[in-house]
Design a protein around this ligand. Structure first.
Ligand SMILES: [Zn+2]
Ligand SMILES: [Zn+2]
Length: 89
């Protein structure tokens, strides 16, 4: 599974689009082809292997790693506040 470093979308290998861009970085112009995110066009994709230990889904953004080395996505892990809890009584 790949993740877009710019918009955070998860991508299958098949989802990755081929882009052509005009590049003149070295003083001459040429077309370059690169593989990128179909949502935002970014070329910075990274391999991700982060999977939530609770729901088994790939994690797109925020997650929690617990001391016993389990990983939870932010859908499965919620941070509670002791003061809020006390006031709620
Ligand atoms: Zn993207
Ligand atoms: Zn989860």
């Amino acid at each position: 599974m790949l993740i877009c470093c710019d918009c955070g979308k998860l991508l299958e290998e098949d989802d990755v689009s081929e882009f052509k861009a005009f590049d003149n970085a070295w003083g001459y112009e040429k077309f370059i082809a690169y593989k990128g995110c179909p949502y935002c066009g970014s070329g910075s994709l990274a391999e991700t292997t982060l999977i939530c230990d609770c729901c088994g889904e790939y994690i797109e953004s925020d997650y929690v790693r617990t001391e016993d080395d389990r990983t939870y996505c932010n859908n499965c892990y919620s941070i509670n506040n002791a003061v809020d809890e006390a006031q709620g009584i």
